[in-house]
Ligand binder design. Structure first.
Ligand code: BES
Ligand code: MN
Ligand code: MN
Length: 456
C-alpha cells in the first residue's frame, strides 16, 4: 500500500495535466449540437480506462449516448466493486460570467476551473488514478472492479435503467461506489447516505392563436402569462408547503435520532445565508435548513417564458406562456405517482380560458441506505486515512437517478463518497475542484479498495 500511495504523491502534476485533456471535451448531453463531443468524450474515457490497466473496455451503444464499460476481475474470492460515474456535463451558459473558458481548464489558487471539474469528470478521474496506482505499483488490485461511466446523467439517465435491468449478470457486484457529490464543507469530508429524487415538467399555455394588441382586445381574453403566474402561485402556500393533494402521502418522516445527528453538524445558518447572497432564507419554518434541503420535498419553478421581455415597452397580450417546473422528492415518494398527482392538480387549477399542455421531462427516484453497513464503514476508514479527518454522515439534496435502480436491481448497497465542495459551482459558471481534495481523494480511493478487500 505504501508504494501505491508514494506513486500517487509523485504523480500529482501529471494527474493535473492529464485531467485537463478530459476537461477540454465539451460533453454537454443536453445540447444536440454537442453529440459529436459527447461521443468523443466516451471514447476518451474508454482510452483512459485502457491506459490505467482496465480490461475488456468497450463502448456500449444505447438509443442515446454510449455507456463506457471496463473491468479488472483478477482477484478471485475478493469482493467486486461496481464503480459508477458520468462523463457528460451541464451546459455552460451564461458564458460571459466565466473567468476562464469552461473547456480550457485553468488552475488558480489550488483549484482547477472547468465545466465538469467537480461534476463529475474530476471525481471519475480520481478513481481512474487510484486504479492506475495499484496496477502500476502492485500489478494488481486488492478487489475486483467493474467500471460503468455513462453519458446521460445530466439529462436524467434515460437509457441507463434499461441497461442495468438487461445486464444484471455483467454488473453483478458486492457494492456500488460513486463519487459524484460534495463534502459537507471545506475540511469536513463526508459520506452521503441519501439523495433526493426528481420529477420534472414543462407547462405550456395558449390563450389565442396569435399575440394581440392589448388595448384592442385587453379585457376580453385571458392573458396566458398572468394565468400561468396564478397557476404557479397555487402550488405552494405561504408557509412553503406544497398544495398538490396527496403530495406528502409517502414522505417518510425524519426521525428524532436523525434530526439530532444533523444538529451536531458544523453548520452556520448566518454564513450560509450570506454566502448565498440571500436577504433572508425561506422555507418550512418547522424544519431546519439542513432538514429542508436534505429531508423535505420541494417544488421549484426552473424557468418561465412569456410575452415581451426586451428593452422598452410593448403593449401586447402574449398568445402563449411556458414554464419548466420540478419537484425534488424524498424517500418514499415515487416520481410516477407524483407526476399523476401533479398533472391532475395542474388541470384542476387551469382555467377554461387557456389550452393546457403538460409534458413530462425526466425523473428519478430518491435513495436512502442504512449507513451501518460494512462498506460504508470501510469508506469512512478510507476517507479518514486520505483526508486525515473522520467523515461526517450526511444526506444530499441533489439527485443521481440510477442509484436506487442499482439498489433495487442488483440488490447491493451503494457508497457515495464525493470530494466536491458545496460552493464549487457545479452547474454554474466557474465550476471548479479543489486540487488538494482531488489528491486526497485519489489516496482515499486507493485505500478504499484495500479496505473493501478486508471485508472479504
Ligand atoms: N452530481 C449531481 C448530483 C448531486 C449534486 C448529488 C450534489 C449530490 C450533491 C448530478 O450530476 C446532478 O446534477 N443530477 C441532476 C439529476 C437530474 C438531471 C436528473 C440533479 O440533481 O439535478
Ligand atoms: Mn454529477
Ligand atoms: Mn450534475
Amino acid at each position: 500500500m505504501l508504494s501505491v500511495i508514494d506513486f500517487i504523491h509523485t504523480s500529482r502534476d501529471r494527474y493535473i495535466s492529464e485531467l485537463k485533456h478530459y476537461l477540454a471535451i465539451p460533453s454537454i448531453s443536453a445540447l444536440p449540437e454537442h453529440a459529436g463531443d459527447v461521443r468523443r468524450c466516451a471514447e476518451w474515457t474508454g482510452e483512459e480506462m485502457r491506459r490505467v490497466g482496465l480490461e475488456n473496455v468497450r463502448l456500449v451503444e444505447t438509443p442515446g449516448n454510449p455507456i463506457v464499460y471496463g473491468e479488472w476481475l483478477q482477484a478471485p474470492g475478493a469482493p467486486t466493486i461496481l464503480f459508477y460515474g458520468h462523463y457528460d456535463v451541464q451546459p455552460v451558459d451564461p458564458l460571459d460570467l466565466w473567468e476562464s473558458p469552461p473547456f480550457d481548464a485553468t488552475v488558480r489558487d489550488g483549484e482547477i476551473y472547468a465545466r465538469g471539474a467537480a461534476d463529475d469528470k474530476g471525481q471519475v478521474f480520481m478513481h481512474f488514478k487510484a486504479i492506475e496506482a495499484h496496477l502500476r505499483q502492485a500489478g494488481r488490485l486488492p478487489v475486483n472492479i467493474k467500471v460503468l461511466i455513462e453519458g446521460e446523467e445530466e439529462v436524467g439517465s434515460k437509457n441507463l435503467d434499461n441497461f442495468v435491468r438487461a445486464n444484471k449478470a455483467l454488473l453483478a457486484s458486492d457494492v456500488v461506489v460513486i463519487s459524484d457529490s460534495a463534502m459537507f464543507d471545506h475540511g469536513v469530508p463526508s459520506i452521503c447516505y441519501s439523495l433526493r429524487g426528481l420529477a420534472y415538467f414543462q407547462i405550456d399555455l395558449r390563450g389565442t392563436k396569435s399575440d394581440l394588441h392589448s388595448g384592442v382586445f385587453g379585457g376580453a381574453v385571458a392573458n396566458p402569462a398572468m394565468v400561468l403566474a396564478q397557476m404557479l402561485a397555487q402550488m405552494k402556500d405561504k408557509g412553503g408547503r406544497i398544495k398538490i393533494p396527496g403530495f406528502y402521502e409517502d414522505v417518510r418522516p425524519l426521525s428524532e435520532v436523525e434530526r439530532a445527528a444533523w444538529r451536531t453538524l458544523p453548520f452556520n445558518e448566518k454564513k450560509y445565508r450570506k454566502d448565498l447572497g440571500a436577504p433572508k432564507l425561506a422555507g418550512e419554518k418547522e424544519f431546519s435548513v439542513l432538514e429542508r434541503v436534505w429531508g423535505r420535498p420541494t417544488f421549484e419553478v426552473n424557468g418561465i417564458l412569456a410575452g415581451f421581455t426586451g428593452d422598452g415597452a410593448k403593449t401586447v397580450i402574449p398568445a402563449v406562456a411556458m414554464a419548466k417546473v420540478s419537484m425534488r422528492l424524498v424517500p418514499n415518494q415515487h416520481p410516477d405517482k407524483i407526476a399523476e398527482l401533479f398533472e391532475a392538480y395542474v388541470r384542476k387549477v387551469a382555467p377554461k380560458t387557456v389550452e393546457l399542455k403538460v409534458t413530462r421531462m425526466h425523473g428519478g427516484k430518491p435513495w436512502i441506505t442504512e449507513y451501518d453497513n460494512p462498506f460504508v464503514q470501510a469508506a469512512g476508514r478510507a476517507i479518514e486515512q486520505g483526508f486525515g479527518k473522520t467523515p461526517v454522515f450526511c444526506r444530499e439534496g441533489g439527485s443521481i437517478p440510477v442509484v436506487s435502480t442499482f439498489q433495487e436491481e442488483l440488490g447491493v448497497p451503494a457508497v457515495l463518497f464525493g470530494v466536491g465542495l458545496p460552493d464549487e459551482n457545479a452547474h454554474a459558471p466557474n465550476e471548479r475542484l479543489d486540487l488538494s481534495n482531488f489528491h486526497n481523494g485519489v489516496v482515499a480511493s486507493a485505500i478504499l479498495y484495500e479496505e473493501i478487500r478486508k471485508i472479504g
